[in-house]
Design a protein around this ligand. Structure first.
Ligand code: HEC
Ligand code: HEC
Length: 317
């Protein structure tokens, strides 16, 4: 660069005097447009350096990493990184890890398995995942059920709440397309007279609070038409899919109106079967999970209306 002060930017070419802008303190470039002068504020060096660095980085990245699309292919970069391979490898590791414990559910001794805390710690979170993915849409996130879908975290069962019973329910479903499905139907009693139907509805609605009159005409109707499926006094327990009518859990509702609908139209809920969609081991792990829903953990993730003091198997149990 020249040391001649007359050639410095902002210096007067004849006198070499610099002109400093009084407001900003910058030199001016000496350009003058009708009294408006241009300040000599060059592009900041730090920005130029940053720009150069990013350009350098991108060039290095193009060389090392997958970068440019080439039709159906792409430049791979000399490091040869491939996210898909990484993901597949991790998945293989996971599957191996899972096979180790899942194998123990193939022909399970449920009592022994549930007494193995280490195994439970691996299996129950996985079963919770299965439950949330496949079951929660109908039965609620914590098994709280909802109108038409039974509660799974209580002690009342249509088909039994031991893990083996639940496993059968899952394998074949209820009123499902499986040839061995559990089958249950509440027949329609539309042949009854309206008076009989409403007397019966009132009677059934009063059963859980023990206020149903045992000497009424409705009580006789109930004995003649209902106990064959719903058990003596409506107490259920016949393991035929007919719920108890004396406890406070309901599937469809046990107020007079809902009972009337059940009587007029009948009911036949469908629970899909899972033997084609899950392995036996998965079904068994899930059955153990469902059977444990009532007794451990106090986490209720249910948003469905019926569930109140529900509990979910804590993932870390
Ligand atoms: C499409 C809705 C739906 C899905 C999904 C579903 N269920 Fe069900 N489930 C039902 C219905 C409806 C019933 C009751 C059938 C009846 O009314 O007889 C039922 C009944 C059951 C029962 C019997 C309850 C008893 O008291 O004996 C169990 C256990 C059960 N389901 C577990 C599960 C599990 C575990 C899953 C997930 C793999 C699942 N269900 C997925 C609708 C569903
Ligand atoms: C053939 C067997 C059978 C007979 C007979 C029968 N029921 Fe049912 N009932 C069922 C089954 C099975 C269900 C469950 C249906 C379902 O879950 O989809 C049921 C469900 C019900 C429900 C719904 C309960 C709830 O929790 O929402 C009511 C109420 C009911 N029955 C009342 C009666 C009355 C009253 C009679 C006699 C007039 C009667 N049932 C006769 C099998 C029967």
């Amino acid at each position: 660069m020249s040391t001649d002060p007359k050639k410095l930017p902002g210096a007067d070419p004849h006198t070499g005097n610099r002109e400093i802008d009084p407001v900003t303190g910058y030199d001016t470039t000496g350009h003058d447009w009708g009294g408006i002068k241009e300040l000599n504020t060059p592009f900041p060096k730090v920005a130029l350096v940053a720009l150069a660095l990013t350009v350098a980085y991108s060039v290095i990245a193009w060389v090392l990493l997958p970068a440019w699309p080439l039709g159906r292919d792409y430049t791979r970069g000399i490091l040869g990184l491939d996210q898909q391979e990484v993901a597949e490898e991790r998945l293989r590791d996971l599957a191996t890890l899972r096979a180790d414990w899942l194998g123990r559910f193939e022909d399970p001794d449920f009592t022994a398995l549930s007494n193995d805390p280490e195994l439970m710690g691996l299996a129950m979170p996985a079963a919770d995942r299965l439950y949330q993915d496949n079951c929660s849409a109908c039965h609620g996130r914590a098994g709280g059920g909802g109108p038409g879908y039974p509660v799974l975290h209580d002690t009342y069962w249509l088909w039994g709440g031991a893990p083996d019973d639940i496993a059968v329910t899952l394998q074949v479903g209820i009123n499902a397309a499986h040839p061995d499905t559990r089958w249950a139907q509440m027949p329609a009693f539309d042949w009854m007279e309206d008076g009989q139907l409403s007397a019966l509805s009132g009677y059934v609605a009063a059963m859980p609070s023990d206020e149903a009159d045992p000497d009424s005409e409705a009580a006789t109707l109930f004995t003649e038409n209902c106990v064959a499926c719903h058990g003596e006094g409506g107490a259920g327990g016949l393991m035929n899919g007919a719920p108890s009518l004396v406890d406070d859990t309901v599937i469809y509702g046990q107020d007079e109106e809902s009972v009337m609908v059940s009587l007029r139209n009948g009911r036949q809920g469908v629970m899909p079967y899972w033997s084609e969609r899950m392995s036996d081991a998965e079904i068994n792990a899930l059955s153990l999970y469902v059977s444990r829903l009532p007794d451990d953990g106090a986490v209720d993730r249910t948003e469905t209306p019926q569930a109140s003091e529900g509990s979910a198997a804590e993932a870390t149990q």
